[in-house]
Design a protein around this ligand. Sequence first.
Ligand code: NAD
Length: 511
Amino acid sequence: MTQVAEPEISKTSPPGRVSHWIDGRPVPGTSGREGPVYDPATGALTRHVDFASIDEVSAAVAAAKAAFPAWRATSLSKRTDIMFKIRNLVDQRRNELAAHLTAEHGKVPSDALGEIARGLENLEFATGIPHLLKGGFSEQVSTGVDVYQIRQPLGVVAGITPFNFPAMVPMWMFGTAIATGNTFILKPSEKDPSAANFLAELLHDAGVPDGVFNVVHGDKVAVDAILEHPDIAAVSFVGSTPIARHIYETGTRNGKRVQALGGAKNHMIVLPDADIDMAADAAVSAAYGSAGERCMAISVVVAVGDIADPLVEALKVRLPKIKVGPGTDPDAEMGPLVTREHRDKVASYLDSGPAQGADLVVDGREHVLFQEGKGFFLGVSLLDRVSPEMECYRNEIFGPVLEVVRVPTYPEAVALINDNPYGNGTAIFTRDGGAARQFQFEVNTGMVGINVPIPVPVAYYSFGGWKASLFGDLHMYGPEGIQFYTRAKIVTSRWPDPGTSKVDLGFPRTR
Ligand code: NAD
């Protein structure tokens, strides 16, 4: 098992405090507003994070705006060189970054290092920027006339990110955004803000010019200042659905390009022909990894036909073997939840589910760490015979609670997914290729796994859900990320010999 060192408090902030990072340096907050940051494994208050005022957001935007002309004019080879340096520094310092994730999010080191590995893939993708920014050229579209398309950056762009991936989700955004020539403002989650400052230091050390990458911390005040600022051209958001909707509506109303990824309720269908052990291993891994705080976590297993009883039994026997503990325990496979409030909210579904008719097969509140009340721990839980009208089904639980819905046939299983308001990811477990292909064809979600429970796209594809899991047109990172952070310019050009021109008020008729 991987062990990760305790993080040093970032050199960019005074002890016990996480400040903003603007124009290449740490900037202590002046708003007088701040938020608490906890160690979820102990429940201890470890530091405070400054909350930006509208003026502090404006200062970051001004720095990013001032840095934009020189950065967009920086050659592609120089930008590529810097992207490689960023990638290498994140790789070399991954253990320190992981320690920040464990200290503030609570995820165990193996999970934290996995998050960083997936983020690194996005930085690696961005090192290919000269190839990715190639436009198109059509010679001789008319006599002596050529047409070509170039893609140019938007200007100052912002990223607003959730607590559950404090390193990876910013890397989904800023790698592509700055490689394409934009300057960037990151507003990370206030619950685990230190990773953002650590990344800012690495970018600085990699040679990213001052003002190209900035971090403002805060809450709704900072977010709304971003959404309303006239000098911000585009906003990328990842978080819960109600906030994603607010970001999309407010950002677009203010003339910005917006991609806002929301919450999820990911179903995994298990057909009667599936290998039960394989399906149970996959469901348990995908449901309880990172304490269920992944937007691609499996939260509902849809058991089709007579596989339900043996499948529930196979799930049940696996749960006591999951080692729950703090990230400092090298054997721990699952850590605490991010805050006490969130843990209590997740635990509340273990009351409402059975009250509305579900079977509580395994109750995570019986876990010793929950009983002791140290940290924000909740053991793994399993609810069987869940039905769509129950509160635990209608809400995104975002914790270590797996639900089983039993249906008689495959069409009912697909209908359940297609009727759900969310459409982030889904999976099917079967040995029947025809059934899998039919599922891929007709299911209404953005990401589909076939015998793969967490189908997160590799960096050279793009990530995004459908329905209430994404507001906007373009998915995040990969080719669609390049499209999001650039706009097309089409040039029509001719170089006629002098003396050959004449006045012609008509529209060209000949070809
Ligand atoms: P959240 O929506 O509470 O917060 C996300 C960001 O929005 C944070 O930076 C936060 O400070 C800000 N914010 C919170 N409340 C706000 C408000 N009222 N006005 C303006 N800004 C506000 O989400 P979270 O709890 O940090 O993250 C968990 C959620 O994110 C889950 O719903 C999960 O499914 C979702 N998520 C989705 C994806 C995806 O790719 N679709 C990925 C990761 C997480």
